[in-house]
Design a protein around this ligand. Structure first.
Ligand code: SF4
Ligand code: SF4
Ligand code: SF4
Length: 323
């Protein structure tokens, strides 16, 4: 929920709002129109087995270790006040769990001069993010780009996302969001007025299968998509539905057809759909967090398969987009 006083506050108060960001990527070209700056926020209530941004799932900062670049100087071992790192340089993640709350948080990263042990997650104010993104305004103007808020799930930090979007809109910066749809309905109602483009996911129409692969059923997501769709004529947003195509989870023609049928019937204001083939790019990040990647054996769908599934959307007269 977004506090009433924040909804009524002026820009000076919005700029002071603080959130936790995982990363800010400049010059992104696949997250909406033109050249964009993508702000990845921390926190998500889903646990998709294929998630390519596992470092954004938790709501707090975490330590990542990328052994490929390590020069074995052992500084991290000596600097950790909790004796969490063994001689093999592997950290006992149980001991690291609450490190972010401590005064000397992430001491292990402080003298890692090759930056292979580092922290993901920064507490930043809206003003600090605005100061970064505004440097790229000339690129936005030249390309029709802007700022995309992604994650994680941006609405897992509803007040921060609201404050950031309102700030950007009041400064005439084009805005987009990538949301999984699993958040409170009121959050969507509060942010839709400040969005040019909205990307929402439908991962699977079968709720039991959705729960088995993401940790949550899909009811809330489908309700939110219908609600956002209803708001589009009021605010003139560009609404796109995306399906990440995951072999064994949702890559059968009848599964894509079920989603296309739902969109064609319930979401008439959708501008188009995009099918995103599964990839393994986030695999290494699991190991850097001391986690195991569950889908080692999974293979990305072939282009013929993607073509076949896109044809299903075309059969429902749904415009197909590729960002
Ligand atoms: S995250 Fe904290 S507890 Fe874990 S190794 Fe680093 S300093 Fe030690
Ligand atoms: S401080 Fe960095 S480079 Fe040195 S041993 Fe630790 S992880 Fe490796
Ligand atoms: S919704 Fe997105 S960020 Fe959240 S777990 Fe799934 S893929 Fe990852």
């Amino acid at each position: 929920m977004i506090r009433e006083e924040l909804l009524k506050s002026n820009i000076d108060t919005l700029l002071l709002q603080e959130g936790c960001s995982a990363n800010i990527e400049r010059y992104a070209i696949n997250d909406g129109s033109g050249v964009r700056t993508t702000v990845f926020l921390k926190g998500c209530h889903l646990r998709c087995r294929w998630c390519s941004n596992p470092e954004t799932q938790k709501f707090y900062p975490e330590m990542n270790f990328f052994p490929d670049k390590c020069i074995a100087c052992m500084n991290c071992v000596h600097n950790c006040p909790y004796g969490a790192i063994g001689k093999d340089l592997i950290a006992d993640r149980e001991k690291c769990k609450e490190c972010y709350k401590k005064e000397d948080a992430f001491a292990c990263t402080k003298k890692c001069y090759v930056n292979c042990r580092k922290v993901t997650g920064d507490k930043l104010t809206v003003k600090q993010i605005y100061d970064i993104v505004k440097r790229d305004v000339p690129f936005y103007e030249a390309s029709g780009g802007g700022v995309t808020i992604s994650g994680g799930e941006p609405l897992a930090q509803p007040e921060f996302t609201y404050a950031l979007l309102r700030t950007l809109t009041e400064r005439w910066i084009n805005t987009a969001i990538e949301t999984c749809g699993f958040a409170e309905k009121e959050g969507y109602e509060n942010i839709v007025p400040y969005l040019d483009t909205i990307f929402m996911d439908i991962k699977q129409m079968d709720s039991a299968k959705h729960r088995a692969w993401t940790g949550q059923g899909n009811e809330k997501i489908l309700e939110n998509i219908k609600r956002v769709n209803d708001l589009v004529p009021v605010y003139g947003n560009n609404l796109f539905i995306r399906i990440p195509i995951i072999p064994g989870f949702n890559d059968q023609p009848d599964e894509v057809e079920a989603t296309a049928r739902f969109v064609a019937k319930e979401c008439k204001n959708v501008k188009g759909m995009e099918l995103l083939p599964y990839h393994k790019l986030g695999r290494g990040k699991y190991y850097s967090l001391g986690r195991k990647y569950e889908l080692e054996e999974l293979v990305s769908p072939a282009s013929e398969k993607m073509y076949e599934l896109n044809e299903i959307l075309a059969g429902y007269d749904i415009p197909i987009f590729k960002f």
